[in-house]
Unconditional design. Structure first.
Length: 242
């Protein structure tokens, strides 16, 4: 049955990439969470999507230019009276040890290379013994390949914004066990061929009912969605079928 990953946590209803959003995804019954990782100026792994803090916090500027102690003062839940800090990856891993959820980590290193980030992330994964529950993805496919070279035991999955020819061949070439395509750019037959080649397919960001149904029908490995509650309700229709 297709797994449901909560995109940046339960981001349809809660502040994205916060511990609150991850906890709510767990309560909702999601199979996993998706999150984004960057590095502060002093080398701390933090969970935030944009290279700039402007959209999701009450601050402004680039993540890479902040010291962690200053980044920590920002409110990552600026649309609510409840203040939430930008979490560290370590804090998320501490929470993951209390459950069995899967976790897709997107390395946000396509715009800024963040030297040493792959080593830091992999070190933390091994420290918390989460190798079997983590998928490392990035739009920077050089980083995906580098992650595999550092830790072949951890699944990697390149992200795609546009369609790619025979993605199962490409995935095998870079030793990736999965792909994370934009849901609208990959036809059903390409997804099915990829799945039949033993490559996991987890499209993003799938929020509309018709699109969710489409991917459930072909038994996609997983979908990455902002609204896990909606996806879980729709999945129950398929679970009842003989």
């Amino acid at each position: 049955m297709t797994q449901i990953f909560a995109h940046r946590g339960y981001s349809a209803s809660f502040a994205e990439n916060t511990l609150g959003a991850f906890l709510e995804a767990e309560k909702a019954g999601a199979d996993g969470v998706e999150l984004d990782v960057q590095l502060t100026k002093d080398g701390e792994l933090v969970v935030i999507h944009d290279e700039k803090v402007d959209r999701t916090t009450n601050g402004n500027g680039l993540v890479k230019d902040f010291l962690f102690k200053d980044l920590r003062k920002l409110n990552a839940n600026k649309k609510s009276p409840k203040t939430e800090p930008i979490p560290t990856l370590k804090e998320v891993f501490e929470w993951l040890t209390s459950n069995k959820l899967l976790c897709n980590i997107e390395l946000k290193n396509a715009l800024f290379p963040y030297k040493g980030m792959e080593e830091k992330v992999i070190h933390l994964i091994r420290k918390f013994n989460l190798m079997d529950r983590i998928i490392l993805s990035s739009f920077n496919h050089y980083s995906v390949v580098y992650c595999y070279s550092l830790a072949p035991e951890i699944e990697t999955a390149p992200l795609f914004m546009e369609g790619i020819y025979m993605p199962w061949i490409y995935s095998q070439a870079i030793r990736a066990k999965g792909i994370h395509p934009r849901y609208s750019t990959m036809p059903d037959d390409v997804m099915i061929n990829t799945l039949n080649s033993g490559i996991a397919v987890r499209p993003y960001t799938v929020n509309k009912e018709d699109d969710i149904h489409r991917l459930f029908k072909i038994n996609c490995t997983a979908i990455i969605t902002d609204d896990p509650i909606k996806a879980l309700k729709l999945r129950k229709q398929y679970e009842k079928r003989p």
